[in-house]
Design a protein around this ligand. Structure first.
Ligand SMILES: [Zn+2]
Length: 377
């Protein structure tokens, strides 16, 4: 008996493009500083060395999968590894991105920084671990900030100032005078305006070289997946449990890192959930929403105005680190701050194997179920 001949590993770039238009997913396995300079349109960047820990970001094993690198060697290794790991249809793009570009196929190419960017980001360019490649990576990144309130204000300001190229800010509310004590995105003259629009104006005034998408809507089970789908990092600056649980579920499903922050009176907490193999999620820490009476919001409990400034800035730092791939994220760790004594404490957050958010599939609830769960309480 003879076994079937093995499928060829390589496909030509134009054939790869045809397969992509028929639904194949292309993974760019080069290093972040290479991808920052240019990548095929629609490619998902996952460095070769990260593939084994990034399986949550890969499509189902039946899905056609393509890999690309600079010249076609690393992508062959990647395709071989993927085939051995169950993605039987994995193929490598012959000749890599060099041939892709030489054949004039669609690519996003980021040329070197222009004079404005060199001046604007001069202090980043000096920084080890950032430099020009890191700045280009920031400019190519997409960050979703949910909430243009106390936490979203400093988080969005610093993410925009850092040069994250696409910022999506979502908030359903209008600016109220009582917000101005802490929500520094908004000016007195913006009272009565949608917060998302006020935020967009403030962010573009700070950095007109980025794209800011303002969405005046409430995160719900129907829109949460689309909101996180193309984000590289999600920052949760929401003030309600429905949004928090929905964002956790959507980030888990899409394999995106979620930068969590929360405040209460003089205390705050920050952590990073998901986005990596074996990373705990929000529900490993808080499996179910609390009863409404146990979770008063700022309007009922009060909050020290500067506190969200501290916590939101920490969230911005985590988001920027995640985009750059530098340092150690607050993953599996919860940083707690009490501004009265200015005491920072770090608590370990282990992953819960029986977690209703990231545990075995039967335990998980669809987003609609989460909405009902939060509403009940
Ligand atoms: Zn979990």
């Amino acid at each position: 008996m003879t076994s079937a001949p093995p499928e060829p590993l390589d496909v030509a770039p134009d054939e790869a493009l045809r397969l992509m238009s028929a639904g194949a997913i292309l993974i760019d396995v080069r290093e972040p500083d290479e991808v920052a300079l240019g990548t095929p349109v629609g490619a998902i960047p996952i460095p070769l060395r990260e593939l084994p820990t990034a399986t949550a970001r890969l499509p189902a094993r039946e899905a056609p999968l393509l890999t690309i690198c600079a010249s076609g060697r690393r992508s062959q290794q990647a395709a071989q590894w993927l085939q051995a790991s169950g993605w039987a249809g994995a193929r490598s793009v012959a000749g890599g991105f060099l041939r892709w570009q030489a054949e004039g196929l669609p690519a996003v190419v980021h040329s070197a920084l222009d004079a404005d960017a060199r001046e604007r980001y001069a202090r980043h360019l000096l920084l080890p671990g950032v430099g020009e490649a890191g700045q280009l990576r920031l400019l190519a990144a997409r960050v979703l900030v949910v909430g243009a309130g106390g936490l979203g204000s400093p988080a969005a300001f610093y993410v925009a100032a850092a040069g994250v190229g696409h910022l999506r800010i979502v908030d359903p509310d209008v600016v109220d005078r009582s917000n101005l004590q802490r929500q520094i995105l908004h000016r007195d003259a913006a009272v009565g305006m949608p917060k998302a629009d006020s935020a967009r104006a403030a962010l573009l005034a700070l950095n007109p070289r980025i794209a800011v998408e303002a969405l005046s809507l409430r995160v719900d089970a129907g829109n949460v997946q689309a909101l996180v789908a193309d984000a590289d990092v999600v920052v949760d600056g929401s003030d309600n449990f429905i949004a928090r649980y929905l964002l956790d579920a959507a980030c888990q499903a899409a394999g995106k890192p979620l930068v969590y922050g929360a405040i209460h009176r003089f205390e705050g907490q920050v952590s990073v959930f998901g986005g990596a193999e074996e990373a705990p999620c929000y529900r490993c820490l808080f499996p179910d929403p609390p009863a409404a009476a146990d979770a008063p919001d700022c309007a009922t409990a009060g909050v020290l105005g500067v506190l969200p400034g501290i916590v939101g800035s920490l969230q911005a730092a985590e988001a920027i680190k995640l985009v750059l791939g530098i340092g150690v994220p607050l993953r599996g760790r919860l940083l707690h701050v009490d501004a009265r004594g200015m005491v920072f404490r770090e608590l370990r957050v282990p992953r819960d194997p029986q977690c209703p958010g990231c545990g075995p599939a039967p335990l998980r609830r669809p987003p609609q179920g989460l909405e009902a769960l939060c509403a009940l309480r």
